[in-house]
Design a protein around this ligand. Structure first.
Ligand code: MG
Ligand code: MG
Length: 275
């Protein structure tokens, strides 16, 4: 729990958390719309067009569009990341029709009225293999587990340990090269939010803290590499499948609110404190 890491954390007021809920609901509605077309024959460019239109209609901005990366020649060209099968994150949408058995991770971030929301889900395209099904179940399960474990005052490493153990006990890998993050006016704020126990960095779940929690899980080894002429997509080094689920979550003095959730009812841990 380094002071350097915690000193740059920007806590949010109740009013700011309401604004972030609005951004979270927008990005949730975008992924809901994309889920409806996530079937064989659809393309990730069509999914990106859905996101573009909904972001424009809401008067929001796409956070990923135009982002620069040291390994990439060009800024990111789309409103969503679409990462197929062995791609972990940062895939660029394209015109290749999805086929039965694919899994595709869609990540979307928006800024609405000055505040950000960040949300990702991996979709099964038609019938997928038992291994792919289990991977999706365990990755979303790790995110749900984290949200259930979180409570004000707890060290993040306690939550991360539960996630890491849960994923590894299922026989899967926890990606270490990419982690979650604080979020607010900016998409990426302090602190870093690893999905594993990181001896070099921990923080407390202080009321007002808002974090994007985003387990990235692999069916094989968790090692990743950056590929492609575009320099964006990150894939598993061994070619195994990867999945990614993400929620934007606010810590309150009663519990947590899942700002990109269907219901953001405070998940109070200690019911006796509820009035
Ligand atoms: Mg994201
Ligand atoms: Mg994120």
């Amino acid at each position: 729990m380094t002071s350097a890491a915690t000193s740059r954390v920007v806590l949010k007021s109740a009013r700011e958390i309401e604004l972030m809920r609005a951004a979270g609901l927008l990005v949730r509605s975008i992924l809901d719309a994309i889920e409806k077309i996530a079937r064989p024959g659809a393309t990730t460019n069509e999914m990106n067009a859905v996101a573009d239109r909904m972001i424009r209609e809401a008067g929001a901005t796409a956070l990923f569009l135009g982002v620069e990366h040291p390994s990439a020649k060009n800024p990111f060209p789309a409103s969503i990341c679409a990462s197929l099968n062995e791609e972990v994150v940062h895939g660029i949408p394209n015109d290749r029709p999805l086929v039965e058995g694919d899994i595709v991770s869609i990540d979307c971030g928006v800024r609405l009225k000055g505040y950000c929301g960040d949300h990702a889900r991996t979709f099964a395209i038609g019938e997928v293999s038992p291994e792919a099904n289990r991977l999706l179940e365990v990755t979303s399960g790790a995110l749900d587990l984290a949200i259930r474990e979180m409570r004000p005052g707890l060290a993040w490493s306690k939550v991360a340990r539960r996630m890491q153990t849960y994923v590894q006990d299922a026989g899967f890998g926890v990606v270490r090269n990419y982690v979650g993050h604080g979020i607010g006016r900016e998409m990426h704020e302090e602190p870093k939010v690893p999905n594993y126990v990181d001896p070099d960095g921990d923080f407390r779940l202080t009321p007002g803290l808002v974090v994007a929690i985003e387990p990235m899980v692999t069916a094989g080894s968790a090692a990743t590499r950056q590929v492609g002429r575009d320099g964006w997509a990150v894939v598993t080094r061994d070619g195994s499948l990867a999945a990614h689920f993400e929620h934007t979550v606010a810590v309150t003095d009663k519990g947590v609110r899942v700002l990109t959730g269907a219901s953001d009812k405070a998940a109070a841990r200690d019911g006796e404190n509820e009035s």
